[in-house]
Design a protein around this ligand. Structure first.
Ligand SMILES: [Zn+2]
Length: 388
C-alpha cells in the first residue's frame, strides 16, 4: 500500500469516528471537536483544548501523518514476520493451545487493515479521553503552578518534556492523566467493539464468536506494536519513581491489557454475548507474546526476555509506583468530575477495594535498587507525543 493510501484510509476512519463523536457528545454541548493532520515527521498525536470549563468545548485532535504511516508499516512487517519465520519458532504457541499465528477468519489484507484500524482508533480515543476530562485544566490546577485562573488551555502536555525534564508533582499529575486517558480509550474501544457485535453485518451468528475473538486479538497485536514502537529498544525495568511526562510504554500496555480482560470479562451485550475471562487472558497473552517475539527479533537476533511483560501486580516496585498514582487520582478525581464533558462514569479510571488493599500491603519504602532507580528518559521526546 502506498503512503498516500494509508493517509487516506486513516483520514476516512478517524473522520467517520470524529463525526460520530461530534453528533453524540459535542453537538448536545454546543461545542465542537476538530481533527487536524500534521506533516511534521513525528510519531504521535496530541489533543488541544481552547475552552474554559464553563463554556462549550472547542477541542481538537492532531494526528501526524508519520504516525499512521509507521503504524501501518510496523503492522505489515509484523504480519510478514509471522508468515516467514520457521514453524519451530512458534513452539511456545502450544502453551496457548492454539498454533494459529493470525485469526483464520480474516485474510492477509484484513489482518493488516483490522490491526491498523484498531490501533489508530485507540490512539484517537486516548486523545478524546484527555479532552473529555479536560486534563489540560487538571494539569494546570494540580501541577506546580497552582490554581491560577484558566485563560486558554492547550493540552500539548507532552510539550513540557520538550523544554525541561519534569519530575515530582508535575510528573505525577502528568502520569496519572495519561493513565486516565488510556483507561478511557480502552473503555471507548471495548464499547465500540461490543456495539459491532450487535450489528448483523459484523458476522453471522455462527461465526460471530470466532470473528469477535479474532478482532480483539488483532487489536491487542496492533496496540502492542504501537507501544513497542514508543518503547524502542529499552528493556522493561520496573521503577517506583515518577519521572518524565509519561509512564513507561510497556507499563501502560500491561495496565490496559488487564483492564481489557477485566472489563470484557464481566460485560454482556443485549443479545447475551459475553467473553470468557480465561479465554480473554490467553488471547491477550498470546497476542503480546507474538508482538514481543517480533520486536525482539527486529531489535536483535533472538527472543529477548527483557521485553516480556511480567504482570505489574507481581512487582513490589510497580506497586509502589501505583501507590502514588492512586493517591493523586483520589485527589484530582472530584475536580475531574466537575470539569468533565462526558458524564458516563464508565470512562473514569477506578481502582477496586481489593486492589487498594493489595497496594496498602506493599511497603512504601523502596528496598531494592530498582525502587530508587532513575527512570530512563525517552531518547527522543517525540516518542511520547502520542499522549498529549
Ligand atoms: Zn496522552
Amino acid at each position: 500500500m502506498e503512503d498516500a493510501e494509508i493517509y487516506e484510509l486513516a483520514g476516512d476512519i478517524l473522520g467517520r469516528i470524529n463525526n460520530e463523536t461530534n453528533d453524540i457528545i459535542y453537538a448536545p454541548l454546543g461545542g465542537k471537536l476538530s481533527i487536524y493532520w500534521s506533516e511534521k515527521e513525528i510519531y504521535g498525536a496530541y489533543a488541544s483544548s481552547l475552552s474554559q470549563s464553563d463554556k462549550p468545548p472547542q477541542h481538537s485532535i492532531t494526528i501526524y501523518y508519520e504516525f499512521v504511516r509507521q503504524v501501518w508499516r510496523d503492522i505489515e512487517n509484523f504480519c510478514e514476520f509471522l508468515r516467514s519465520r520457521p514453524e519451530a519458532d512458534f513452539t511456545p504457541y502450544e502453551f496457548y493451545n492454539n498454533r494459529t499465528k493470525l485469526p483464520e477468519c480474516f485474510n492477509e489484507d484484513e489482518h493488516v487493515r483490522n490491526m491498523f484500524i484498531a490501533a489508530i482508533t485507540w490512539v484517537y480515543f486516548h486523545e478524546l479521553g484527555h479532552l473529555l476530562q479536560e486534563h489540560g485544566i487538571i494539569r494546570h490546577e494540580f501541577g506546580p503552578r497552582g490554581n491560577e485562573a484558566m485563560q486558554t488551555t492547550h493540552v500539548h502536555d507532552f510539550e513540557v518534556s520538550h523544554h525541561k525534564p519534569i519530575n515530582d508533582r508535575e510528573a505525577l499529575v502528568s502520569h496519572v492523566t495519561e493513565l486516565a486517558a488510556d483507561f478511557a480509550a480502552t473503555i471507548f474501544y471495548a464499547t465500540d467493539l461490543l456495539r459491532h457485535i450487535e450489528d448483523p453485518s459484523f458476522a453471522d451468528a455462527e461465526e460471530r464468536p470466532e470473528v469477535l475473538c479474532g478482532t480483539l486479538y488483532l487489536m491487542v497485536c496492533g496496540l502492542s506494536l504501537v507501544f513497542f514502537r514508543f518503547n524502542g529498544s529499552k528493556p522493561i525495568v520496573p521503577i517506583a519513581a515518577v519521572e518524565g511526562s509519561h509512564p513507561k510504554p510497556l507499563t501502560r500496555l500491561e495496565l490496559l491489557l488487564s483492564q481489557i480482560c477485566e472489563y470484557l470479562g464481566i460485560v454482556e451485550t443485549e443479545t447475551g454475548h459475553s467473553f470468557n475471562q480465561e479465554l480473554l487472558e490467553v488471547l491477550c497473552t498470546k497476542a503480546v507474546f507474538s508482538t514481543t517475539m517480533y520486536w525482539s527479533w527486529t531489535n536483535g537476533d533472538d527472543f529477548d526476555v527483557s521485553f516480556t511483560l511480567r504482570g505489574g501486580q507481581s512487582s513490589p516496585v510497580n506497586m509502589q509506583y501505583l501507590q502514588k498514582i492512586v493517591a493523586i487520582w483520589d485527589e484530582i478525581l472530584p475536580r475531574i468530575k466537575e470539569v468533565r464533558r462526558f458524564l458516563s462514569p464508565l470512562i473514569l479510571m477506578r481502582f477496586t477495594d481489593t486492589f487498594r488493599e493489595k497496594l496498602n500491603s506493599v511497603s512504601t519504602q523502596g528496598s531494592s535498587t530498582e525502587a530508587n532507580a532513575t527512570a530512563v528518559t525517552p531518547s527522543s521526546p517525540d516518542e511520547f507525543r502520542i499522549s498529549s
